[in-house]
Ligand binder design. Structure first.
Ligand code: NAD
Length: 505
């Protein structure tokens, strides 16, 4: 191993191993930009296979001791991490804004939602309690325990560089696993800040490691036999690839994919409430949220009125630098901004009405920022690419349907099934929707129904490959495996030789 450990340089975005900077051997790197200025602020190292194996080996070496660390001590580290995070979350939010572009208040909200999972994981002693049956057979006790898996890989997307990793690593670590986090190469610095915080909180060396990189790093995580499970979040094609590759390598996998989230607005809904919700959920974080609403489905005669109210509100959104007094920041990269803008072009030429045009935005920020303003498209139909594709930008499409059944059919025939919402004052209609809709997370008069940490986060269909959602008890189950034990301490003679199948007596 020729790699060296050196002090950090904030423009050299490195790996993290054994509670220290790890530079690795690869000389490859890619620029990280501030989306509000367009300027390169650093370069993130792209791991080679050798670098990835070094980090995985560190996580594997740390596993036995961490697994055997008492729950009391593990919980103390979790509490210390929570206290440090809570006290210093503004620092993390600033890092997120600088590399992702979202406004500071939104970045802070992301950290807070991640912190809730840390708080959930502080209850790990309770969550790991097994079952015990005394005298299952005469003088025989039966019990079950849940044990950690080993080193696990977390591969995260650009849009939540702190919260998405925190959906997984607090639970994984609390349960006794060790972690290799592979963040997005677009905004990799948040992961290093969190790694330093773990070290400060007293987490032993090798328990939390960061591997920077691209497909090479990911592929090593997916196939290396020392990695026992993969938690992935990103776009659907990569989620599918990750699921297929890592399960073929015998790993436990949860791979969360892309989304196309619909909100249904019934004729009896409070249209002011619904319009506010569409603006917040469509344009918050510039639409770069997997739970963003991108399709507003107006049912019956309310469509004109709803479109007017959304347009009126969306026109007041201040697009600009996330460190200033802006409502909405830039898109993450120039290429992504151009791609999103090209969808608006396509929607227009396909016949959608551009009610509000983000391509003409005048942003409060540097000329080279990756700006695109809120865009509202009306009369969108299911065959248009603005509807069929996940755009992942500030583009809200309005589809008009005549009935609730048509709205439901639209959602249920969509390949994605991450989040959805219904706006209505009719409890019966809402209850019917919650029962009939084929989507993993449902909001009733709530546009972004992100579950609490003690419930589980995850979509259906092409929005999640695997059968286990993130955090909550599903997360605890994902990061542990069950062991059932049958024990007899009294009557050690076992009744002598008996080749029959053991029976309960
Ligand atoms: P992405 O799929 O491009 O990247 C996700 C991760 O995969 C990154 O770490 C990236 O480095 C890695 N990756 C990219 N290409 C790869 C390849 N060919 N082989 C192996 N690894 C590869 O996603 P993104 O653009 O960073 O994030 C946005 C996407 O994430 C959207 O589709 C969004 O809906 C989705 N997302 C989903 C959820 C959810 O909960 N379902 C949450 C957040 C984001």
């Amino acid at each position: 191993m020729t790699a060296t450990i050196q002090p950090p340089d904030s423009t050299d975005i490195h790996h993290w191993m054994n509670n220290r900077v790890f530079l690795g051997t690869s000389k490859d790197s890619v620029a990280v930009t501030n989306p509000a200025t367009g300027a390169a602020t650093g370069a993130v190292r792209l791991a080679s296979g050798t670098d990835a194996r070094a980090v995985i080996d560190a996580a594997a070496s740390a596993f036995p001791a961490w697994r055997d660390t008492s729950l009391t001590k593990r919980t103390q580290v979790l509490f210390a991490f929570r206290e440090l995070l809570n006290a210093r979350k503004e620092e993390l939010a600033a890092i997120i804004t600088a590399e992702h572009g979202k406004v500071l208040s939104d970045a802070l909200g992301e950290v807070t939602r991640g912190q809730e999972v840390v708080e959930f994981a502080c209850g790990i002693p309770h969550l790991l309690k097994g079952g015990f049956t005394e005298n299952a057979s005469t003088n025989v006790d039966a019990y079950s325990i849940r044990q950690p898996l080993g080193p696990v890989g977390i591969i995260s997307p650009f849009n939540f560089p702190a919260m998405v990793p925190m959906w997984f690593f607090p639970v994984a670590i609390a349960a006794g696993n060790t972690v290799v986090l592979k963040p997005s190469e677009k905004d990799p610095s948040a992961s290093l800040w969190m790694a330093r915080l773990w070290a400060e909180a007293g987490l032993p060396e090798g328990v939390f490691n960061v591997l920077q990189g691209d497909k090479t790093a990911v592929d090593e995580l997916l196939t290396n036999p020392k990695i026992k499970a993969i938690s992935f979040v990103g776009s659907t094609p990569i989620a599918q690839y990750v699921y297929a590759t890592a399960t073929a390598a015998g790993k436990r996998v949860q791979a969360l994919g892309g989304a196309k989230n619909h909100a249904v607005i019934l004729p009896d809904a409070d249209l002011d409430v619904a319009a506010d919700a569409m603006v917040n959920a469509g344009f918050g974080s510039a639409g770069e949220r997997c739970m963003a609403i991108s399709a507003a489905v107006a049912v019956g005669p309310i469509a004109d009125d709803l479109v007017d109210r959304i347009a009126e509100r969306a026109a007041t959104i201040k697009t600009g630098d996330g460190t200033k007094d802006s409502d909405m920041g830039p898109l993450v990269t120039e290429a992504h901004r151009d791609k999103v803008a090209s969808y608006i072009d396509a929607g227009e030429s396909d016949g959608a009405k551009v009610v509000l045009d983000g391509r003409q935005v005048s942003a409060d920020g540097a000329a080279d920022g990756f700006w695109l303003g809120p865009t509202l498209l009306d009369n969108v139909t299911p065959s248009m690419s603005v509807y069929t594709d996940e755009i992942f930008g500030p583009v809200l499409s309005v589809l008009r349907v005549a009935t609730y059944d048509e709205a439901l059919e639209l959602i249920n025939s969509n390949p994605y099934g991450n989040g959805t919402a219904i706006f209505t004052n009719d409890g019966g209609a809402a209850r019917r929707f919650q029962n009939e809709v084929e989507v993993g997370m449902v909001g009733i008069n709530v546009p972004i129904p992100v579950p609490m940490a003690y419930y589980s986060f995850g979509g259906w269909k092409a929005s999640l490959f695997g059968d286990t959602h993130a955090h909550g008890t599903e997360g605890v189950n994902f990061f542990t495996r069950a062991k059932a034990i049958t024990s007899r301490w009294l009557d050690p003679s076992h009744g002598g030789i008996n080749l029959g199948f053991p029976e309960n007596k």
